[in-house]
Design a protein around this ligand. Structure first.
Ligand code: GUN
Length: 290
């Protein structure tokens, strides 16, 4: 167990502490930041995540409204709900919890959210601004949380080799953009399901971000000695010795601690950071709409 543990919980707490005075200032002006979360269906993990988001709002004095919709609802009714929230001036942030039930077009729903209320940062306009290097948009929470964690752990990125495993719209792709943008200046490779020799490519990484969704796929032989490893994966693995019948596992195996210089844990790593960045985007949205 050689690697330093990058404590996402502590980093998230420091971000929340910096948001609190901004929330209080808005409230003094008569504007209470307000996040609306739409959740469709009964995916148990989604309900756990949404509860964690509500609790963070409570801690900061941000108002939250949960809109619970049945899994068999018409797509048009979800659209109507988003439009209603877009038109409500008391709502500053809107989030549609992913995954939506099979067959519902997630991207179409995301692109209906007003870009200034898109606190997930998934709208084409916000992702487009990220590509343009325009900092006026809202950034996706998980990748921006990873960047904050790296800064908090004093990891220098400039000129370093970073490898991102995964190319999702939500994490991998925006993560690669943030790592390579001016000011961060890492040299970035994306490893995905069609990559040849992924293990060899990952072993070249000074900074490795695993966002693949396969439990403990990345083992010590994938790691360059002294590399910094950020584990974005939150996977439920069946474990009958646990009360819930499962345990949470990251994308990175524990044996990586023997080789890496620093690693983020699961749980207690990227998860709390995603929520802290969601709170940050919600406060920013409220300030921009003020
Ligand atoms: N499901 C898992 N992570 C996320 C997230 O960051 N945002 C949304 N909307 N859904 C998710």
């Amino acid at each position: 167990m050689g690697a330093h543990i990058i404590d996402g919980k502590a980093c998230a707490a420091s971000i929340e502490a910096s948001l609190k005075p901004r929330v209080n200032q808005l409230i003094t002006k008569g504007l209470n930041p307000h996040l609306a979360v739409i959740i469709v269906g009964d995916d148990p993990a989604s309900h756990v995540y949404v509860r964690a988001k509500e609790r963070a709002c409570e801690r900061l004095g941000i108002k939250s409204t949960k809109v619970l919709l049945p899994g068999d609802i018409d797509f048009q009714q979800v659209i109507d709900q988003v439009i209603q929230l877009n038109n409500d001036p008391t709502i500053h942030g809107i989030l549609v919890q992913s995954p939506l039930p099979k067959g519902m077009d997630e991207v179409a729903i995301t692109d209906l959210i007003s870009p200034v209320k898109d606190v997930d940062g998934f709208h084409a306009s916000n992702l487009g601004k990220l590509v343009q290097g325009d900092s006026s948009g809202l950034l996706p929470c998980t990748p921006s949380g990873v960047m904050e964690m790296l800064e908090w752990a004093s990891v220098s990125l400039s000129g370093k080799r970073a490898v991102v495993i995964g190319r999702s719209r939500i994490v991998g792709m925006p993560q690669a953009l943030l790592l390579s943008q001016k000011g961060a200046d890492a040299t970035v490779t994306i490893v995905h399901s069609r990559t040849q020799n992924p293990e060899e490519i990952c072993r070249e990484a000074d900074i490795l971000i695993a966002a693949v969704g396969v439990p403990e796929m990345v083992t010590s032989s994938w790691i360059k000695p002294g590399a910094v490893v950020i584990d974005v994966g939150v996977n439920r693995v069946e474990d009958n010795s646990k009360e819930k019948g499962y345990r949470l596992a990251g994308d990175v195996h524990h044996d990586v601690c023997e080789v890496a210089s620093a690693i983020s844990p699961v749980p207690g790593g990227v998860g709390p950071m995603t929520i802290a960045m969601l709170m940050s985007n919600t406060v920013r949205s409220a300030e921009l709409q003020n």
